[in-house]
Write a protein that binds this ligand. Structure first.
Ligand code: IPE
Ligand code: IPE
Ligand code: MG
Length: 248
């Protein structure tokens, strides 16, 4: 582990890592346990990965915790996930403050169950002055929802005469996204072997490096995060140019 960590080039650590935390259910099933216990074990990974990210200087960590599509799951699982969210935020505030972690959230938050929403607001309020790492939870999040909302916000401003359509550029558009002010993720990780995006951060990952691992989320920890970062650091990010044009 210390060996893996020492291989990480500090100047090339991504500022922002986004993770699709997947495979809790299959992890539990494999062990003959109920799916909910997989989610519970997943919280340990959240703790470990958040700590590891802070340790190596990542500034933003965005975790996909609940998609808008996840409402279609069996009601008991949805209830358990919402309960786990409340329990986890309440239980982790002290640790977040100790580690300098600011909690944020993206998604249609007001449509969450009242207690989840309230706890989330409390968690954000109580950690708002921390500056080491920003932990962004994507909750009731859907990228298409976010993009449509941005289009609507800008259309309303234009209709009110406060914005000229020809002034809508990337910067203006980004200001209407829920991630405004947050740099785009350089690295997107998905666990559990699935190789899809599932309606996550479609705009923001335009140039992200994608990293897929078969490891189920409850088994993803510090070591796996460092491996993902090392894979990222070995890649050449060309942004449309050719290799020879890049400063070495
Ligand atoms: C990810 O694990 C957690 C959430 C989507 C909330 P899953 O619950 O999707 O686990 P699998 O994909 O069924 O194994
Ligand atoms: C995506 O995982 C959402 C989260 C990780 C919260 P899912 O397991 O719900 O995604 P699909 O449905 O398999 O694409
Ligand atoms: Mg899944």
């Amino acid at each position: 582990m210390t060996d893996l960590k020492s291989q990480i080039i500090p100047d090339k650590v991504p500022q922002h890592i986004a993770i699709i935390m997947d495979g809790n259910g299959r992890w539990a099933k494999q062990k003959g346990m109920p799916r909910v216990l997989g989610h519970r074990s997943g919280v340990k990974s959240v703790r470990e990965v958040t700590e590891a990210a802070g340790e190596i200087g990542v500034k933003y960590l965005t975790l996909y915790a609940f998609s808008t599509e996840n409402w279609s799951r069996p009601p008991a699982e949805v209830t358990a996930l919402m309960g786990l969210l409340v329990e986890t935020i309440r239980g982790e505030i002290r640790e977040l403050n100790k580690n300098g972690v600011r909690l944020m959230a993206i998604g249609d938050l007001e449509a969450l169950p009242a207690e989840s929403y309230r706890t989330l607001l409390e968690g954000m309020e109580q950690t708002k002055n921390n500056t080491r790492l920003t932990l962004v939870l994507a909750l009731n999040y859907s990228a298409k929802w976010e993009i449509l909302r941005a289009a609507r916000i800008l259309a309303e401003q234009a209709a009110a005469g406060a914005l000229r359509p020809q002034d809508i550029d990337e910067t203006v558009f980004e200001s209407a996204l829920s991630t405004r002010g947050i740099p785009d993720p350089e690295l997107l990780i998905r666990t559990s072997g699935e190789t899809r995006i599932s309606n996550f951060l479609l705009w923001q990952i335009a140039y992200a490096e994608l990293y897929f691992t078969p490891v189920f989320w409850p088994d993803f920890g510090k070591k796996e995060l460092f491996e993902a970062i090392l894979s990222y650091q070995r890649r050449e990010r060309r942004f449309g140019m050719i290799s020879e044009q890049l400063a070495r």
